[in-house]
Design a protein around this ligand. Sequence first.
Ligand code: GLA
Length: 739
Amino acid sequence: MGIAVHEQTGVFHLYNEKISYIMKRMANGQMGQLYYGRRLRDREDFPHLVELAHRDMAPCTFDGDTTFSLEHLKQEYPAFGSGDMRYPAYELERENGSRISYFRYRSFEIYQGKRGLMGLPAVYTEQAEEAWTLELYLEDEVIHTGLTLVYTIFEELPVIIRSARFEHHGQEKLWLNRAMSLSLDLPDCQYEMVELTGAWCRERYVEAQKLHHGIQSIHSMRGHSSHQFNPFLALKRKETDEFQGEVIGVSLVYSGNFLGQVEVDTMNTTRLTMGIHPQGFRWPLQRGEVFQTPEAVMVYSTEGMNGMSQVYHRLYRRRLARGYWRDRERPILINNWEATYMDFNQEKILTIAKKAKELGIELFVLDDGWFGRRNDDTSSLGDWYPNLDKLPDGIAGLAENIVAMGMRFGLWFEPEMISRRSNLYEAHPEWVLGSTDRPICAGRHQYVLDFSRDEVVQYIGDMIAKILDGGLVSYIKWDMNRSISDLFSAGMDAEYQGTVYHRQILGVYKLYERLTTQFPQVLFESCASGGARFDPGILHYAPQGWASDDTDGVERIRIQYGTTYVYPVSSIGSHVSAIPNHQTHRNVPLETRAVVAYFGTFGYELDLNLLSGEEQQQVAEQIRFMKQHRAFLHSGTFYRLLSPFEGNEAAWMVVSEDRKKAIVAYFRILQPANAGFSRLKLTGLVPELDYTIDDRDYTCYGDELMQVGLILSDAASGVRTSPVPQGDYLARMFVVEAK
Ligand code: GLA
């Protein structure tokens, strides 16, 4: 692994065993993109990879040379106004209104490891040898501004991480109107674009479309990464499936507005850009100021979508997520939200907690409704002190009771929000985001606090810290239940307004950083109306996130399947809830609800007292199962086997590092009449090892399980490895272990 620099020819080649990423200083001083893909041998120069073409009509950089047109050249970080007619990576505006700029290569720096980004979440190394970083320093000498393009390559993973940093040294004032984290020009357009899309209660559905000429994009302009589109997209070949084929994934480590855009020009090249959404973004740069973009993580895989996902899982689980809980077994929790909503008192809570403890649960989480005068969603956000009518002994009293039972205690907060009916609003109406001379949109009767202002972040942080100081709260569910509209920071000048979206999310990161530092052993779970902020940025602070408000077992198969495209099983908040399900009114068997939830952090979200004795036994058994297998389920290699988006079945499996153990989950949504034969081919096992499947009295070799498969047919014909019972919404688990 390393970074080869050929100063003479201006070639920079980042490589490891799997991939190569090659750039070259072009004749005009800008950086050109030559190659990104499977590893290539290094050489002094790759002049043949520079595709110059004679084009009379194109704007050309050098008068008389009709071949050097940026419109046709593949570039690293393209500029507006340079003759490139595609969307640029950035746009800088000068005092005189000019938006033309040229950054020319000046110097480079290489170091082992990876540096953090000020105020922003970022992938890190634990040992410097894990990665190399290349910083390319470019300059626009007319405006005296520097641009640093940063590239990190990991030794063991086909990963390149990119970001950009602007540094202004000149006298005049500048505005950054666009500053993407990366731009990548690819030499053809024979790709399908894969995205994770959805809405509240159906987040991260997988969709793929063939690229077409023009723009195709995903985005959020909601102030959070959103239910609608996850900050991730992949370009895959038509023939790429879960197991084989070429794919490039790009994932943005950011939780605010983003744009992921793919532009196919009519010369059939593809430009992929991702970064902060330019809408509403206008960042002033004075002399001495720096703007750092968030980083984007590119994964190149020839092993299909599973290959790509496994790389993200490895990187994000152990080099993006941090802290005390990163590698620890996560507590099995019970959350009272769907059990009581806001209608509870101390006694009711203790009754639920007592039964939970009896069945083996380790953490009790008190959700919304414990503070201020909160009995419904019209009041009290911002008043983070206990409602003594409901909880006469306060949070401390309740928590003491629960801790005395032998469980941990956790609490729900929504730090970025304020209700009009609250003491906080009475004291600080000016802290609401929005313009005071117009009505401001309410969302769930609530408003957004101006987290671009330090004093607001500090004040809310102090209130939360006061509750955590007692040491009885060991988990926080950090919610965020509405999109940001009415973007305006009252009392601040015009210049400031273009920075508010980004500052708002920097404020969120700042508070997370403060609380995770001050209370390092508290487990944070992120949430935003379910899965509206399930993104890599938040994962840096909260190692798990509530994947969706939809707890229906069948819906969860789809939601969690899509989520695993990027996010590790250990990060996916998943609970068993009551039936009929509160979101879909569907009656999914208890076993199926649990099987889906095992492939996540696992917990319950119902009053277990309301289950029959038999069901309670089943729950106790599920908890025992999860305690036994959770470390493995969270750290093993995850494979998707059958997609719920393609048919009536779904399946996935986790395989241990030594490939001697696997746990397989198979789901069949509707019971077919007179079902045909069916087999489930496994993967990732050792062909010559002999495996037992649960407690059956025969064994199968790895090659049999992978080439023949588990026989799922109901009818007994020959060897039945795994009969699936009759009925709708069925799930089966198989524990496969080498003898
Ligand atoms: C959001 C969350 C839920 C619950 C409610 C409480 O919708 O996603 O899990 O916490 O808020 O109001």
